[in-house]
Design a protein around this ligand. Sequence first.
Ligand code: SAM
Length: 250
Amino acid sequence: MTREFDVFHGHVIERGNFISNICEHEIWQAMTQFDEALRRYYDEQANVYDDMYMRSDLEWRRELEAVTDAMAKALSGRRLLEVACGTGFWTEIVAKVARDIVAIDISEKMLTIARKRKVRSANVEYRRGDAYALAEVSDEFNAGLANFWFSHVPKARIDEFLHGFHKKLGKTAVVFMADNVYVPGIGGQLVTKVGIEDTFKLRKASDGSEYEVLKNYYSSDTLRRLLSPKTSDLKVHEAKYFWWVQYMVP
Ligand SMILES: C[S@@+](CC[C@H](N)C(=O)[O-])C[C@H]1O[C@@H](n2cnc3c(N)ncnc32)[C@H](O)[C@@H]1O
């Protein structure tokens, strides 16, 4: 039998023997650190977060409109669970066409800003919640939205996130996700770490402190490879700045 090996978090691990006590512990520690940095960074950035959407570049703006159109078409009339809603930038837009929305985020600061948006929609409820614990959200949905979240999911937790998301939404629910394409010079310096499959962005928060934020970039081919075994009717779109996908939970 051929023996195959992976490198994970600086360790050479034989496939099939992935979980030894030491590795499991170290992987857990690394994931906890990445998660904490991500949460602290976005908490810190909540007040200025929306600025990142405001670029004068025409192509950027056209692509944002294309994402908006695709999202609205996919989610029109639906009972929507939005994961990692942030300041409610997308929530406010999709609220015009969705039936109702429960929008969750881990950051109270983000949620406070979301609740103060200019256009208050009666069909939106913002709640604190964890993207990895969606079973705790009590309502029922027939659609899911997760914009600019998938890139922050460690590769080792993609299956966990998708499993929880799809289980919460249920069969035949429609899902829409959008995120960044890697463009050098935008969103901070890219950082790679030996033995770690995720990439990171070096980001300066508004108070001047620096964070290494876990941020993975995917091509349309990789998105198809990752998502097609777990979805049906998958549509993948990759443009210059953003990718977006729409599919159905099988
Ligand atoms: C890049 S922002 C995306 C915000 C919004 N979806 C958007 O597209 O503008 C990522 C968001 O994930 C949130 N977040 C981080 N960890 C989370 C978790 N475990 N569960 C839910 N939200 C989380 C952050 O607070 C932040 O608001």
